[in-house]
Design a protein around this ligand. Sequence first.
Ligand SMILES: CC(C)(COP(=O)(O)OP(=O)(O)OC[C@H]1O[C@@H](n2cnc3c(N)ncnc32)[C@H](O)[C@@H]1OP(=O)(O)O)[C@@H](O)C(=O)NCCC(=O)NCCS
Length: 405
Amino acid sequence: MTHDVRTLDPDQLRSAHILFGSTIHRGPVDDEWWSRAATSYSPGRTVGIHDGGALVGTAMAFPSRLVVPGGGVLPMAAVTRVGVRADCTRRGLLSAMMRAQLDDVAARGEPVATLRASETRIYGRFGYGVATRGRDLRVRVGRPAWRPDAAQGGSVRLLDRDDIIPTLREVHEGIALTRAGSMTRQDSWWWGAIGRRVEDREPVIAAVHTGAHGDDGFAVAFRTDADSFSEQTLEVADLHAADMEATAGLWRFLLDIDLVSSVQAELRPLDEPLELLLSDPRACAVTGHHDETWLRLVDVPTALAARSYGAAEPVLLAVHDPLLEKNAGVYRIAGGGAERVAPLGSPMQPQLECDVAALAMAYLGDRSPSQLVATGWWRAHDGAAVHRADAAFTTSVTPWCGTHF
Ligand SMILES: CC(C)(COP(=O)(O)OP(=O)(O)OC[C@H]1O[C@@H](n2cnc3c(N)ncnc32)[C@H](O)[C@@H]1OP(=O)(O)O)[C@@H](O)C(=O)NCCC(=O)NCCS
């Protein structure tokens, strides 16, 4: 069955917003809410499918930029608000929208697309793979004495409510776009994630860390609902830090606030070593692990050429991409870079082989080629090439985004 995927006009976006909301079990929005939410839609980037005049499927994207290993920055489509009306699911509507959207992203010259997945079984078939992950932490206050050697220095200042968004936007732009996996945020993101809660007069802690070279980190935390007066819990909504001194300074600040008995945070970087800074590492409990960024390499030659590689002898990697066949081919990857050297099926025999989703799992450095070979995501025709690929793809810093959208 074919579906007619159309780019929605501006006057259809509110219907798309309400449709998406209904698919994640949220009610319709009022005029005031819509006047703010409307600004998060980029012109010409929302698609829809109609049935009998009613909108029954939708998906959108907004332009962003993604940091790749080595510090390069690629234009990126941030895909979100994907939903199909409950009485129209499993008829191929999402598949039709995903194909149309990938073609559109490619035509716009955005080499990568990322999204956050409501369920893990949805997006792999469209070439998306998990490229960054995070862990949830809960730290009990009272027990976390800091190790004497734990990084310290700099100062922390609390922000007035009116200053929160402008200040954090500026600090984020200054520090966050260094780690592979991080992305730029649009203004509407700040309002949707933090600004609206501040406007709603929720209790908020928003603080900036200043180190030797200026502002180098920030944290935003809200109080959770299930609190007692003397044992309140803070939920970290956003925390970015340029270095270990800023990371430690912000966590110290949060954990020292009076009448707070625990601080919790979701999707923190896998390599944020909070427990190593505490004299009792068990005071920092890891309460969950989750996938964060789902990455689609839309233009594989451009994406592979954009990142840096560790010193390694060349590896020949065959990449399959049934949806965007121009990506298929044999790529030569070495310490000096990557390029396509042959089409699939040519006499040039690849040493390793994977599909585009499994390539995304290694692209930012989250998974090593040897892990992916051992678990069947990549296939190896030459065992020695696996170690060379590990050396090429390895990154010194674990990739992480820290922007939920
Ligand atoms: C997820 C969703 C968009 C899928 O839409 P859909 O139109 O049913 O998807 P399709 O019919 O194109 O499905 C394509 C394939 O993916 C599978 N699939 C789709 N959604 C799935 C899910 N949630 N769980 C398991 N499989 C799923 C289908 O079974 C189908 O497999 P097949 O080709 O082997 O038959 C829709 O179920 C939805 O709106 N869910 C609620 C909102 C949501 O989670 N949105 C995603 C936000 S990130």
